[in-house]
Design a protein around this ligand. Structure first.
Ligand code: HEM
Length: 372
């Protein structure tokens, strides 16, 4: 159940204080590190997935074709934004970049998830990646400790479609094998099949008018949390009468030409390790059990992102949840796999396309092709 429909009025700091009655209980939770469980063959599983990802990119974009991302290759648009942190948060929410009220520059990429770029009429899960700039403090990734960015990566559905890396790798292997293998995988993973169906069935027409979820958990100080971006400005998500190949980009471009778009940045803290497990991203953290609390507002100001250059800049950029402060460290096997895989994918793209590393910019990239 999504809280957009169920709890529209509960998302306030007052709610956070109301929820603090449960805090004494929360204190008994094991630490994020204690909750992480590594399969004995985790490194092999990750290496196996990475091999498929990198090979698939080379096969899909041979020769001098621009090499795109293996996942979410289709860009709807890249926009300048501001992340405005709430000034008077309760203590347990003042973590990492949300420690103090204030404003950060940011850039947001909207995307479609299918492995190949497909026409928008083919309904796909949608992605939103945010890069927050000017973030002080040591970062996790080796070699990038002094970087000043913090990334958040989301999809327009609350849960991921596999529970662990074994299911993920065997799906990949089945996809490239005989049709029988895929059928067998589907029979053995009915919950995954159902989740994939639910992700595709999400009503998502305007990238700026829908809600996005982290799906996987993150550290939030010493706690475990998930996050979600809920649209606040009332941008339309009406089904268009005519659906052109790139109608989602046009919808987004028109929305931002008309005015600013706002999202509430909401945090769900773990309160119960059974109801909100760290290691299984297929389990939805129900809002009845852990109320999402607004810690910031993402403001995408009115702007023109229609120039072709906008897509080029988005292509050259890369996002990863591991571009992060320790206070927001990605947790769980699925996130651990993303650490080397996003890095290797982005590096392979950069090398093939002959572009510079734009993963850690110190200034907002020029998203509309204007001079200066
Ligand atoms: C083991 C699990 C996963 C693998 C192997 C994987 C793999 C990838 C890869 C290779 C990319 C492209 C990286 C690049 O070239 O820059 C990507 C992008 C992306 N992934 Fe994942 N992913 C996983 C899980 C997830 C999850 C749980 C989410 C949900 C939030 C997610 C959302 C996205 C989004 C939104 C992008 C596009 C980011 C951008 O705009 O650059 N992925 N993923």
């Amino acid at each position: 159940m999504k809280f957009t429909k169920t709890f529209p009025l509960l998302l306030s700091a007052a709610g956070a204080i109301g929820g603090s009655a449960a805090l004494a209980e929360d204190m008994k939770l094991p630490s994020p590190e204690e909750q992480e469980v590594m399969a004995p063959n985790e490194d092999e599983l990750i290496a196996g997935i990475q091999e498929v990802v990198l090979q698939r990119m080379r096969d899909t974009y041979p020769g001098d074709k621009t090499m795109k991302r293996d996942a979410h290759p289709k860009t709807h648009g890249l926009a300048e934004a501001k992340l405005v942190v709430e000034p008077h948060l309760p203590a347990e929410f003042r973590q990492g970049i949300f420690a103090n009220g204030g404003e950060y520059d940011a850039v947001v990429r909207f995307s479609s998830s299918s492995q190949m770029v497909t026409p928008d009429v083919v309904q796909q899960p949608q992605g939103m990646a945010i890069k927050v700039l000017g973030v002080e403090g040591p970062k996790i990734l080796e070699g990038f400790e002094d970087a000043t960015t913090q990334d958040f990566v989301m999809i327009n559905h609350p849960t991921f479609f596999v529970k662990d890396l074994d299911s993920y790798l065997t799906l990949f292997q089945a996809q490239v094998g005989e049709p029988e293998e895929l059928k067998k995988w589907a029979e053995e993973h009915p919950d995954s099949v159902q989740t994939i169906g639910a992700m595709i069935a999400e009503e998502s027409y305007n990238p700026a008018g829908i809600q996005y979820w982290s799906q996987t958990p993150y550290k939030f100080g010493d706690r475990v949390a998930k996050y979600t971006l809920r649209p606040q400005s009332g941008a339309s998500n009406e089904r268009p009468d005519v659906m052109l190949l790139t109608y989602q980009r046009e919808y987004l471009v028109d929305t931002l030409k008309e005015g600013e778009v706002r999202y509430e940045f909401l945090i769900q803290l773990q309160k119960d390790v059974e109801k909100q497990p760290l290691e299984n991203p297929m389990v939805e953290w129900m809002v009845e059990d852990t109320q999402p609390i607004r810690v910031a507002t993402l403001i995408i100001p009115q702007q023109d992102i229609s120039p072709e250059e906008n897509l080029k800049v988005a292509e050259d950029m890369s996002f990863s949840v591991w571009h992060s402060l320790e206070e927001h460290r990605p947790l769980g096997a699925v996130n651990r796999a993303r650490r080397p895989i996003y890095k290797a994918g982005a590096e392979q793209r950069r090398e093939a396309n002959g572009v510079e590393d734009m993963s850690e910019p110190t200034e907002v990239p020029n998203v509309n092709g204007e001079d200066g």
